[in-house]
Design a protein around this ligand. Structure first.
Ligand code: SF4
Ligand code: SF4
Length: 318
C-alpha cells in the first residue's frame, strides 16, 4: 500500500524542493511507493485541493522554508490539520534558516516595502487591524504548529533524505526524531586536529589553508564541534568550514553560545603558561560577522527572545 505524501514550500529559496533529486535513481523507487496528494512545486495542486482533504488523511507532510507571511502560517496550520506526521524539512523550517537572520533588523521590512509598511499580526500581541501580510518576525515552523520530526540541512543531504523515506515507508518514525546524528560533526571529519590554539581569527579567503588540517587549528571558525554529524563532513572535505546547517547537537544547545565558549577556550595570544590578556580579547575582535557565523541558520530559533526584548525596548522608548 502507498503512503500519502505532501510537500510544501513556505519562505525559502526552493533548494529544499530540488534536493529530492539528489536521491538519483532511488527517487524512482520512492515515487513508486508514495501517493503525492499535495506538492504545488511538482504537481498542479492548489490550496483548495488541500482544504477538501479530510483531517489526518495525509500520512507525511514535509514543510520547507521559514514562516514569514500570514499565508505561510495559514498553510502550515492547514497542513497540520490534514496530516498525521508533519516534519520540518531543511534549516529554514527547522531553525529559521538564513531568512531568520532578518530578525536582527526589523527595519529591513520598511526598507523593502516602504515607510508605511505595517507587519501582519504575529502569533500574539500585535494589533488585529494591521494590513500587510508579512509577519513581524521570521519564525521556525515549530513556532506556529507542532512538529513531529525534522529532516535537517540546507538543503537536507541525500543520505538523510533517504533515511527519512526508508523510515516513513516502513512506519518507523518516532515523535521528535531528527534525521541526523546526535554526535558532533568533528567525529566524522577526516581533518587532523593538532594545535588546539588560535592566535588569529580569519575568514577562509584570508589564509592559505592546509587541506588536511582542522579549520579551527588554522584560525578559521568551523561550527563542527557544535553541529550534528550526518552529512559525512561534506563541507570540510570540500575545503570549506562547517556553517552549522544540520543544527546543534543536543549537548550544544544554543549553537552560538556553545561555539563562542569553544572559541574562547582556544584563543591564546602568549606562550604556554604566560598571561596574555588583553591581547587575547583583541584576537576575538578580529571575528567578522559573529552573528552570521555563529547563528547562520539558527538566529530565529535561539535569538528570538533577544529580538523580542529589543522590540519591547524600542516600544518603551517610542
Ligand atoms: S533550508 Fe536552505 S535550501 Fe532549504 S529553503 Fe532554506 S535556504 Fe533554501
Ligand atoms: S572543527 Fe571543523 S575542520 Fe575541525 S575537525 Fe571539526 S568539523 Fe573538521
Amino acid at each position: 500500500m502507498k503512503v500519502n505524501l505532501a510537500v510544501y514550500w513556505t519562505g525559502g529559496c526552493g533548494g529544499c524542493d530540488v534536493s529530492f533529486l539528489e536521491l538519483g535513481p532511488n527517487l524512482l523507487g520512492v515515487l513508486s511507493r508514495v501517493e503525492i496528494v499535495f506538492w504545488p512545486a511538482l504537481v498542479d495542486t492548489k490550496r483548495e485541493d488541500l482544504e477538501r482533504l479530510p483531517p489526518r488523511s495525509i500520512d507525511f507532510a514535509l514543510v520547507n522554508g521559514v514562516i514569514r507571511t500570514a499565508e505561510n502560517r495559514e498553510m502550515a496550520e492547514l497542513l497540520r490539520e490534514k496530516t498525521k506526521f508533519l516534519g520540518a524539512y531543511g534549516a529554514c523550517a527547522h531553525l529559521g534558516g538564513i531568512p531568520g537572520l532578518a530578525n536582527q533588523a526589523h527595519g529591513i521590512l520598511e526598507s523593502v516595502f516602504g515607510p508605511n509598511f505595517r507587519p501582519a499580526p504575529p502569533i500574539e500581541g500585535y494589533p488585529e487591524d494591521a494590513p500587510a501580510q508579512v509577519l513581524f518576525e521570521a519564525l521556525p515552523l515549530e513556532d506556529v504548529v507542532s512538529v513531529d520530526f525534522v529532516v535537517p540541512g540546507c538543503p537536507p543531504p541525500a543520505g538523510l533524505v533517504a533515511r527519512f523515506f526508508q523510515a516513513a515507508l516502513e512506519g518507523q518514525i518516532s515523535l521528535g526524531q531528527v534525521f541526523a546524528e546526535e554526535k558532533a560533526l568533528c567525529e566524522e571529519c577526516p581533518r587532523k586536529r593538532e594545535e588546539r590554539r588560535i592566535t588569529r581569527v580569519a575568514r577562509p579567503h584570508e589564509v592559505l589553508l592546509d587541506g588536511e588540517k582542522c579549520f579551527l587549528d588554522q584560525g578559521v571558525v568551523c561550527m563542527g564541534p557544535v553541529t550534528r554529524a550526518g552529512c559525512g563532513a561534506a563541507c570540510p572535505k570540500a575545503g570549506m568550514p562547517c556553517t552549522g546547517c544540520l543544527g546543534p547537537t543536543p549537548k550544544a544547545g544554543d549553537p552560538g553560545l556553545a561555539m563562542l565558549s569553544a572559541l574562547a577556550s582556544l584563543v591564546r595570544a602568549g606562550e604556554e603558561g604566560e598571561a596574555a590578556f588583553p591581547e587575547e580579547d583583541k584576537i576575538l575582535d578580529g571575528f567578522v560577522d559573529p552573528i552570521g557565523t555563529l547563528y547562520k541558520y539558527a538566529f530565529a530559533k535561539y535569538a528570538r527572545s533577544l529580538a523580542q526584548l529589543t522590540k519591547r525596548r524600542e516600544g518603551m522608548r517610542a
